[in-house]
Design a protein around this ligand. Structure first.
Ligand code: CP3
Length: 333
């Protein structure tokens, strides 16, 4: 929490994006008994997965177990996760004329998420903050429109470039829903929130400014000032200033952007990142050097150590434990 506010901390705090997932055998075992959606809809299991993962690796924060795509079901389509194929949204929103018929998002439908937040808060050690999160409108819209993961975002960009009326209406709807969703997580006990705009790096900065920024900004402006807000996107090296301008107290930096450069360009704004998750798959000697380099470039004060994107499923848990210990040890004054 100190690092989020840019204050001096005893050491550089560390948590890992997607820290509660498939690289852990305990998670895989649980998932062999329930589907991903069943897990997400069960507050008891959400508490178990979130708290277990944080305690197992000793991270300085827990992140709510959920998914950025849960909110899509509030708009009507069905969400499922198919082994090997990732998320599927059925039916995808391909016809821009259908945007006008989408309902306003009613975040009461995600009551089970807030119940999970409350339960996690009770079960976590008192000094470990809980991070709530949501997907940013661009990234969520891309899944809603494409119907699943995408390489080129062709359907998404077709609506954005050619039917900007429908695009703006959709983004407005997602922004209002997402703001309410995050506010409800905060009211339930989340002590910080992160907005994931994972795929926004597929846009040119001017397009980001025109088609995306107003909606991410609307979310940050609408939610409580009392909790720190982290704003992350991958591939954002050319638009860090715009990400900062859109809002949030901390800018998440991906692994392709030199952290020293991010710090220089962002001034006093705290940063989070940015070790390449692939480094956790290999040799400890190389890993150690790279951890130290991230710490050095992060410059201590106002730096939250994290990966530059989500942890990969085949990461050895031992390497994660090593990473967290090393970050603490090397950065402790
Ligand atoms: O960080 C955590 O551990 C908390 C939980 C969390 C999940 N998804 C659980 C999950 C968080 C923060 C997310 C965010 C998320 N989801 C993002 C943004 C972060 C990023 O990686 O860019 C995105 C793009 C998604 C969409 C999504 N959900 C995809 C593409 C997939 C399938 C591929 C994959 O990476 O696993 C999911 C499924 C998903 N979400 C799983 C988990 C643990 C795996 C599901 C399973 O058990 O098989």
């Amino acid at each position: 929490m100190k690092a989020c506010r840019g204050e001096v901390a005893d050491y550089t705090p560390v948590w890992l994006m997607r820290q509660a997932g498939r690289y852990m055998s305990e998670y895989r075992e649980l998932r062999s008994k329930v589907t991903f959606m069943e897990l997400c809809r069960s507050p008891e299991l959400v508490v178990e997965v979130t708290v277990h993962a944080r305690n197992r690796i000793g991270a300085d924060a827990a992140i709510l177990f959920a998914d950025i795509l849960l909110i899509i079901e509030c708009l009507g389509p069905k969400l499922s996760f198919v082994k090997g194929d990732g998320p599927q949204i059925d039916p995808p929103l391909r016809d821009p004329d259908e945007v006008a018929q989408l309902p306003e998002i009613d975040v009461d439908e995600l009551e089970h998420v807030y119940a999970g937040v409350k339960g996690i808060r009770e079960a976590l050690p008192r000094d470990i903050p809980l991070i709530g999160f949501a997907g940013a409108p661009f990234t969520v819209a891309s899944y809603l429109i494409e119907g699943g993961p995408s390489k080129n975002f062709e359907h998404t960009k077709a609506i954005m470039y050619h039917r900007s009326d429908a695009w703006h209406e959709l983004m407005g709807k997602l922004a209002r829903g997402t703001a309410s969703y995050l506010q409800r997580q905060i009211e339930a006990g989340a002590q910080a929130v992160q907005l994931f705009d994972s795929w926004v790096g597929c846009l040119e900065p001017d397009d980001y400014r025109e088609f995306v920024m107003p909606y991410s900004k609307q979310i940050f402006d609408a939610i409580s000032d009392e909790v720190p807000k982290i704003h992350f996107g991958k591939g954002t090296g050319l638009m860090l200033e715009l990400i900062k301008e859109a809002g949030g107290d901390v800018v998440g930096v991906d692994f392709m952007t030199p952290l020293a450069e991010a710090r220089q360009r962002l001034g006093d704004t705290p940063v989070q990142g940015n070790l390449d998750p692939v480094l956790l798959l290999g040799d400890r000697e190389v890993l150690a050097k790279r951890i130290d380099r991230v710490l050095e470039q992060g410059q201590g004060q106002g730096h939250i150590f994290n990966l530059g994107h989500g942890i990969l499923p085949n990461t050895p848990v031992d390497n994660v434990l090593y990473l967290i210990d090393r970050v603490h040890e090397v950065s402790r004054k």
